[in-house]
Design a protein around this ligand. Structure first.
Ligand code: BG6
Length: 296
């Protein structure tokens, strides 16, 4: 495997051709290619200069999902917290060979309390350590986040891997394995529903938080025309899945989303722990993992 580190960008590729790109800003994965094809969506108007979280790829949400609640330790943080808009450090790479010629490369990134801007340090004054590992193998992209409480008091957090999958046409996909799961619909005053569809079609603005899923059961994004799987997403310790597509009006309203019609070319399937808070006691660690397969 080859790894290059340049100007805040880490790029890794395997002899078999797969590649991944990660920005130190947010430790945001911005590209994952297999078979010469880009699998992640990045908006053409995304800010890549660290002035705003990157609109696309896999932004990391930590320690709060969505707008922070009032009277909570995260209340003064921005929407989705600070991980996606802080500068991480590159901790190094390691490679392995599962069988002859079948390589994997792991890139590790770190973020801790002292690395935060003063604003974020004040907004969330806990001693924490994050290690984010991005592992590229022939058939998967694995992202895993380890959270450690390095302080003397407990803290609460939420976490989400806000993955923008690239699709040819969002109207031609179906999302499977959500049937009978409970979800909160953020487009309908956060009302609670039960999913009735075995193969969810996206036909309008969609912003749902599905909860209490079995992380080992893959969420499948498949092609509606031939039912072939396009992506599968398995998780460890991440029991929620957010499904998001801004659709026409919201896409137009986001200054960093473009072109306007690009909402057709993406679907966010986001693995996380967001419907409750994880409490981490002093000295403890927690780890959540997402693994996406594409060449199925
Ligand atoms: C999703 C949320 O995860 O992220 C949506 O469920 C939100 O409500 C979307 O609109 C994008 O958020 P942001 O902060 O990147 O514009």
């Amino acid at each position: 495997p080859s790894v290059s580190v340049q100007d805040g960008l880490i790029e890794a590729s395997l002899p078999s051709g797969e590649s991944v790109t990660v920005y130190l800003y947010g430790a945001t994965v911005t590209s994952w290619k297999t078979n010469g094809q880009e699998k992640l969506f990045v908006s053409k108007k995304a800010h890549m200069d660290g002035s705003k979280p990157i609109r696309g790829g896999i932004p990391l949400v930590f320690p709060v999902f969505g707008p922070p609640p009032q009277n909570h330790a995260t209340s003064s943080l921005p929407q989705h917290g600070f991980a996606r808009n802080s500068n991480w450090e590159f901790l190094g790479k390691s490679s392995s060979e599962a069988s002859k010629g079948d390589f994997a490369v792991k890139l590790d990134f770190g973020l801790s309390h002292t690395m935060l801007s003063e604003e974020f340090r004040k907004g969330w004054p806990y001693e924490f350590g994050l290690v984010y590992s991005v592992t590229l193998s022939k058939d998967a992209l694995k992202t895993s986040l380890q959270v450690t409480n390095e302080g003397k008091e407990n803290f609460e957090f939420q976490v989400l891997m806000h993955t923008y999958l690239s699709v040819e046409n969002v109207s031609n996909i179906r999302i499977k394995n959500l049937e009978s799961k409970t979800y909160v619909d953020k487009t309908r005053n956060a009302s609670t529903h039960t999913e009735s569809s075995p193969a969810l079609a996206i036909t309008e603005e969609t912003d749902r938080v599905y909860r209490d899923l079995d992380p080992a059961q893959p969420i499948i994004v498949s092609s509606a025309s031939d039912d072939q799987p396009l992506f599968s997403v398995t998780r460890e310790a991440l029991t929620d899945i957010v499904v998001w597509n801004p659709w026409i009006e919201k896409a137009k309203g986001m200054s960093d989303f473009g072109p306007d019609e690009a909402y057709k070319n993406m679907i966010c399937v986001e693995a996380g722990s967001v419907s409750t808070w994880q409490t981490l006691e002093a000295g403890d660690s927690w780890e959540g993992v997402q693994s996406i397969k594409s060449r199925l």
